[in-house]
Every structure is written in C-alpha cells, then in structure tokens.
Write a protein that binds this ligand. Structure first.
Ligand code: IPE
Ligand code: IPE
Ligand code: MG
Length: 243
C-alpha cells in the first residue's frame, strides 16, 4: 500500500465535451469524483493524498474558467470541510497564496487551522501550485539566509532544500496517478517524485472512483522499486531524503 498518493485530476474538459456539455459541468462532476476518491483513500488506509487542483499555469485559461475553478474550490471547502474534519482528515495546502483572492486565502487557512491536530489521512491540496516556482522560492529563502550571514552556502544540500519546500514534513509520493491519458507531470511535484511510480489511466477524472483507485494501487503493488539499488541485495539506505 502506498503511503502517499499524488493525483493529477485531468480530463474534466474532455469529459464534458464528449457529452456536449460545458467545461464547467466537467469540473463540477470532477469535484464529485474527488469526494469519492478521498473517502476511498481513507478507507484503504492511505496516509497522504495530494490532489493537483489548480496549477500555476492554469491562470492562462479563459477568465470565466479560472473564475469557475476558484468558485468550485470555495464551494468545496465550505461544503466539505466539516465532514473532512469529522473524518479526522488533516488538510495541508501547497502552492503560492500570493495571487489568490483574500476570501480564498482565508478559506485555505481555515481548513488548515481547523484540521491541524487531526491524526487521520492528510489531504494535501495543491492549489496555485507549480513545482518549479516552489523550488525557486525555496532556493531564494536559502540564499537570503546566506546573505544575512545565518547560513554557510557550503552547508546547503538536498536535505536542506527539501525542508524548504511547501511539502516539508510530508513524505515523498510513492505513486502518482494521472487520468485523461496524458503522460506528463505538468509541473507537479517534480522534486518529490524522484522515485515515484507513475500510473497513467485512460479515463477522464469525473469517471474516477474507488475501483479505479484500487486498480492503480494494484498496478503499483506489482512494481519493483529499487531506489537506485540492486534487487535482492540488503538495503543499505544511504540518506534517502523525503522518506
Ligand atoms: C483538469 O481538467 C482540471 C484542471 C486542470 C483544473 P482539465 O480542465 O484540464 O480538462 P481537459 O484536460 O481540458 O480535458
Ligand atoms: C494539470 O492539468 C493541472 C491540474 C490537473 C490541476 P493541465 O490540464 O493543466 O495540464 P496540461 O496543460 O495538459 O499539461
Ligand atoms: Mg487538462
């Protein structure tokens, strides 16, 4: 069983287009798929699930679609936060908050604060998230500490950079699932996915459900993970970060 699953929820627009519906309808049905998936992952005992909800690059979509996606996030938190909290889910948000509207920032903060002491599954919401931006911000913060004389530049290593990322304290994803048939990361968890297993599914996100999640986990369970080592050799684990 993977400890951490990342999900690139893709194909809402194509799901809708295939049915002659507006893209918004695909996004709305995508939220229902998300609810099912969170419940199923919790039941299966998954520790962490990271959902790619809005990328740094999704701002380039038509303004109405961006507004629709912002509206759906707000509605999701307003409708579902109490339920998530009752189920013991801990919410973490990764991504940049700078460009977000104040009401969205407040809702994200509320979700994190309300659930921070929960001990069930951690739901990591990647919103206005881009992995390159995240890594660049982390590098900038380390550089600022060097400039202030608080840090020796020679001390910077992968463990230190890892701890500056938005995902600090969250184990690396073991499994990354992408729906819609596309086989790319689209700026999702580039650093953290160093040793992740990828499962690309041909279905569009609104059709994703418990059985699709179970199928992806079965596929993962059949993979041989080596982390650069040799099969069968005793595991001398040398400073693997993010685990
Ligand atoms: C995923 O579905 C939702 C977001 C990116 C927010 P898309 O909207 O990307 O759907 P397609 O890929 O155009 O079908
Ligand atoms: C990735 O999907 C982002 C989310 C699922 C939120 P996109 O639909 O934005 O990715 P590309 O443009 O097909 O690479
Ligand atoms: Mg897409």
């Amino acid at each position: 069983m993977p400890r951490h699953i990342g999900i690139i929820m893709d194909g809402n627009g194509r799901w809708a287009a295939g049915r002659g519906l507006p893209r918004f309808e695909g996004h709305r049905r995508g939220v229902e798929a998300l609810r099912r998936t969170i419940r199923a992952a919790g039941d299966l005992g998954v520790g962490f699930i990271t959902i790619y909800s809005f990328s740094s690059e999704n701002w380039t979509r038509p303004p109405q679609e961006v507004a629709d996606l912002m509206g759906l996030l707000k509605r999701f938190i307003r409708n579902d936060l109490a339920d998530l909290h009752r189920s013991g889910v801990r919410v973490r948000v990764i991504g940049s908050r700078d460009q977000l509207a104040p009401d969205i920032r407040a809702l994200l903060a509320e979700a994190e604060e309300l659930t921070q002491r929960n001990t069930g599954m951690t739901l990591v919401v990647a919103f206005n998230y881009g992995s390159r931006q995240e890594i660049a911000s982390a590098a900038k913060r380390l550089a600022q500490r060097v400039a202030r004389g608080e840090l020796d530049a020679n001390a910077i290593d992968a463990v230190m950079l890892d701890a500056e990322l938005d995902t600090a304290g969250i184990p690396d994803p073991d499994l990354i699932i992408r729906t819609s048939g596309e086989q790319r990361l689209s700026n999702f968890l580039l650093w953290q996915a160093a040793y992740a297993e990828f499962v690309f599914m041909p279905m569009h996100w609104p059709d994703f459900d418990r059985s699709a999640l179970e199928a992806a986990i079965r596929e993962y369970a059949g993979r041989e993970r080596r982390f650069g080592g040799v099969t069968g050799a005793p595991a001398t684990r040398v400073a693997m970060i993010g685990t």
